[in-house]
Write a protein that binds this ligand. Sequence first.
Ligand code: CP
Length: 318
Amino acid sequence: MSPETAVAWHRKDLLGIAELDPDEIRLILDTAESFREIAERPIKKVPTLRGKTVINLFFEASTRTRSSFEIAEKWLSADSINFSSSSSALSKGETLIDTALNLQAMAPDLVVVRHEHPGVPHMLAKRLKAGVINAGDGAHEHPTQALLDAFTIRRRKGRIDGLKVAIVGDIEHSRVVRSNIHLLTKLGAEVRVAGPRTMMPVEVEKLGVVVAPTLEAALEDVDVVMMLRIQLERQSRQRLPSVKEYFQLYGLTARQLARAKEDVIVMHPGPMNRGVEISSEVADGPFSVILEQVEAGVAVRMAVLYLLVGARDGEAEA
Ligand code: CP
């Protein structure tokens, strides 16, 4: 496994989409394309990262991101360990940075980190020799989610440039939306956001998006709809009168979806709350690519691991 373009990657860490240029984003997507077929092999294993060590540090719950990083590491033959904050010395008062420096002393090549506080991956990247991958930091960024979303869109639509994309829901508290806005606008998509005013960041237009006044306006003639969960865990006060009212105003139903293009695709990063932001008829319906997103997650994370470790030091086996 030796993507020709890998020589162009020079970063030690993947902390966010904001700092990537379009060529770097395309490089990750093209590299993921070359890893995708491994999922179809009877023996899903390549020696690309043999002898490399990855530590998965998840301080917040995860199903998709954590599992797909673990699978990607195993398929690339890396040695990986999963750090659990509840059973670690953090529960005895050790600081995060001391924990990280102790883990660094065991010479990992990469650390994958998810944390509730924005900036934790950046802080670790400054202190650790290992490369750091941001697997979600508070409401800031979730770069590998945006990359797998772009990978899914590109496979379905053949391009990102010129597409109309609606992102609907809790815009303010979503790290997925921030990474997606950076990525989609860098690659030339037209992005609209919609959601309750209590969940819309002030001056979000400065990120290069248009705020649609209603769900109906957001859906008009779009190629892609991305629905978001309400991030109750990041809200200090109630932002909604009721879930029922939210679904009436912003829940995606088949009737609402009819406003979009005939070949629209419906996305959701998960976890999904059926009957809150999306109806089951849409989530399980013919336009949904939600499980394709999950599938793309493994290929994209293999690409990121490969580029950061394999291509960076030039030691990985082809
Ligand atoms: N999309 C996403 O980050 O899902 P998890 O929280 O399950 O990892």
